[in-house]
Design a protein around this ligand. Sequence first.
Ligand code: APR
Ligand code: PHB
Length: 389
Amino acid sequence: MRTQVAIVGAGPSGMLLSHLLEREGVESVVLEARSEDYVASRVRAGVLESSSVDLLRQVGLGDRLEREGLHHGGIVLAWPGERHRVDFVDLVERGVWVYGQTELQKDLIQARRAAGQQVEYEVSGTSIHDVHTDRPLVSFVDAAGVAQRLDADVVVGCDGSHGPSPAAVTDRRTWGRTYPFAWLGVLADVEPSTDELIYAWHPEGFALHSMRSETVSRFYLQVSPDEDLAAWSDDRIWAALAARLGDEPGGWSLRTGPIREKSILPMRSHVTAPLRHGRLFLAGDAGHVVPPTGAKGLNLAIADVGLLAPALSAMLRRGDSGLADTYSDRALRRVWRCTQFSWWMTMMLHRHGDDFDAALQLSQLRWVTASRAGAQGLAENYAGLPLEL
Ligand code: APR
Ligand code: PHB
């Protein structure tokens, strides 16, 4: 097989890149290890910042998002006895959209299918070769068990944090942090008990009330990284959420309902540089991972391919490699901004260390909610920065 851009991974970064390239007149083939059903149904993040939504709208992917997504003008920060709204629209004149990554993934699959895009699902043994030549290639075994070779002008690793693209390069630098806690994520068939997301600091650990729609709520509880999921009965989950989110007799109360899914998510930060090695480019989780606290993972994936698609188009259609040469540096500026913001939100909200750490966290929370300057910093980062920083 031969194409202009071989894309490894059909997550949001790979599928959106393929969509953007087609609009630029560049052809691609997408290779994916999992099945289409698996990719379309895995439960992931759910907040889109305004620049992500602008990009999706511009490229014809905004219809369902606008119909079914929930526009939020702010978030609530809570700790025992206190609840404060951070009003993004007032502070930075933009909000965010709550729209599940699962839904965006379905929109991308639908759009790619309508365009007749070749997506090879259930491939195995994916291996990337010759990235420092003009003729890189990807070898793999297709779903029927036939060994295949995909020759391309450029390969893009959109293969997430455990894919094969890192193995194709030796000259890279990485930075990382594994946090001493994890999230227990819960999806429940119950109307959200809040109009906007609640991020709660609590002596027993962080909790987050998010949502997917008017009838589906998403929750997270800080747990230990080696937590046993079996130890968390539905009753225990609801009791912990109620306590940590500040359910009070006569005050705010948490609605409960059937729990559809629960899982443990590790929390880590990871950055790889550069994001280009000859004719191999990295985008999305293949290049960087953030802890979910700032809701940046999906937005970073969208921003990467928003920068990469015009760069590849200029390189492959006009022989102009200027944007491709600066892609890594431009993308990494944003990656580091979001890495710092996600780390900061994580460290402010999760219980760790001793009582001194807790007192500092509470002081920080008070400042971020009481001072306009403090709140503006949070709002500017959370609601999203421009594509190019
Ligand atoms: N061959 C082909 N595909 C592969 C291989 C392989 N050897 N290894 C991994 N993949 C696929 C995975 O199965 C997955 O579908 O690459 C895809 C990577 O997708 P994501 O993990 O969703 O990464 P990305 O598209 O960059 O999206 C980042 O996803 O994890 C969240 O928080 C993250 O929201 C962010 C977004
Ligand atoms: C989610 O809804 O999955 C979600 C929302 C906000 C976050 C992280 C995850 O910060």
